[in-house]
Design a protein around this ligand. Structure first.
Ligand SMILES: [Zn+2]
Length: 161
């Protein structure tokens, strides 16, 4: 009885949240937008697969998995700065991992591809898929793990060292 009442009380909130979510999904406009045909022409195959088709590169194969130079990681498509090398750590997952990113340049979305909700990370400038965020990151910093595909990134080394 109590449970039913609670469900009824919560129902309008659930419904309205879903409506809002749907609207933002449809309305989301990015500063950089190109047709899929143009992206396909401009980007390397694996980069296109990851960024535009939300694909995942095989673990331990990416260019930046075991890569610890000092610099900044930008979106491979639109060159927006997304991650700093100081926040990169070895999660041993096989993908570049960061405990935080440049939040204002990231979009935190949700995907249900595996049947449950995961936080999907996207470039907030072009909407390109980068990877996912998990809660098994380093406890002593953020506790978050941004699991990012190498193919989605391009590395810009620090030059003034
Ligand atoms: Zn981008």
């Amino acid at each position: 009885m109590k449970k039913t009442l609670l469900t009824l009380l919560l129902l309008p909130f659930v419904v309205s949240c879903q409506t809002i979510k749907k609207e933002t999904r449809e309305k989301k406009k990015y500063a950089v937008e190109k047709t899929e045909a143009t992206w396909k022409k401009e980007l390397p195959e694996m980069t296109y697969f990851v960024l535009r088709q939300a694909g995942t590169e095989s673990p331990f194969t990416g260019e930046y998995d075991k890569f610890y130079e000092s610099g900044v990681y930008a979106c491979a498509a639109c060159k927006t700065k997304l991650y700093y090398s100081k926040d990169k750590y070895d999660s041993k997952s096989g993908w570049p991992s960061f405990d935080q990113g440049v939040d204002e340049n990231l979009e935190f979305d949700v995907d249900y591809k595996l049947g449950y909700a995961r936080t999907e990370l996207k470039c907030n400038t072009c909407g390109g898929h980068l990877g996912h965020m998990f809660n098994d990151g380093p406890r002593k910093t953020t506790g978050k793990r941004h699991c990012i595909n190498s193919a989605a990134l391009t590395f810009i080394p620090d030059t003034d060292e």
